[in-house]
Design a protein around this ligand. Sequence first.
Ligand code: UD1
Ligand code: MG
Length: 397
Amino acid sequence: MWSLIVLLVLSFVAYLFTDELIPKLKELFIKAGLFGVDLCKPTKNKIPEAVGVVSGCIFLVTCFLFIPIVFGNGLMDTAHFPHNEFAELLAALLSICCMLLLGFADDVLDLRWRYKLLLPTIASLPLLVVYYVNFNSTTFIVPWPLRPWLGLSINIGFLYYVYMGMLAVFCTNAINILAGINGLEVGQSVVISLSIVIFNAIELSGDQYKAHLFSLHIMIPYIATTFALLKHNWYPSRVFVGDTFCYVSGMTFAVVGILSHFSKTVLLFFIPQIINFLYSVPQLFHLVPCPRHRLPKYSAETDLLQPSKTVIVKRDMNILTKVIVEVASLLRLVDVREDNDSIVMNNMTLINLFLVKFGPMSEVRLTKSLLLFQIFCSCIAFTVRYPMASYFYNINN
Ligand code: UD1
Ligand code: MG
């Protein structure tokens, strides 16, 4: 436990350092051409972009500094050095580091969508190799109502590796597409990471405490540096975090989920991102036109945000698009206006859906509402994970 205390102190220093460094580096980013315009503001000031690289680097450095502290004892006694645990930590940091590099490349080069899917798959390879060598457990425990048909557990073999690779792709991109208003990318990551930490803390008293301690070793420095970033990214944003931050965060959550064996619980903390992804599918697969930016539209007269729109030309509509528009408007999931030759409807993101349901609101209020929803979903996740899971998996019997 003393290593946790050292980690808390180190992370606090990392927080202070990140908080100091970000304003100092702002000009440097703008000079390098790394800036964006806040689309939800009347002014067109240059705001540094990809600043997630600063918090990401300090997060990684903190983890590196921590290595000799956790493994220091092992170094004295090389015969009993915990090679497996060491390899796990190194692979985890390598995957996150890869994602930092690839995310930064994306911010600088503005990569196309197909590469955004490819990058996390490649970055997760070190992780999967270590998983193969150390655990290679590819079985799922079956909930008891299904056991008469499926047995106690099913081994899905190679598919389990496909699942883990897809988890990394999902976590990284899901955060990136629930974005566009000040503080939302970082805010949601803070809520998810705090949920993971609470879960780890509860599980520290269980028999898997080593795995959860491992997760804490990564999550604590992550939270510290991310909090400092949030301070500067909160409304009105002085910096943008870029895809770098979204990728590093997603990969960090995937890494701890996979190596500490609670990937399904991590997915439970991603409920708003899953809803946003499913809702976005028609636009992501271009069944409905997808503009470069889907973030809400700012109205200078009212200083409020409104849902942003996409236009579907009727004669370009195929049958699938028609079905999607029909079903979505029947379920009141979209706001549709129709004229002779086109259909105008809101861009299909959870952010716009909130504006459709609750009416135009200010940017801060929208961010706060979405973050409250994220917290609410984490509460649901804990309810599913504990009372319901112990029922379905007979944990106490
Ligand atoms: C994703 C979304 C896109 C959304 C964008 C916003 C999909 C498929 N893509 O694209 O719809 O518009 O994120 O981040 O859903 N910005 C703001 N205020 C903020 C944050 C960002 O105005 O609080 C704007 C700035 O102009 C900034 C730009 O968004 O420069 C960054 O967008 P980027 O991260 O490059 O977009 P994507 O991740 O490709
Ligand atoms: Mg982005």
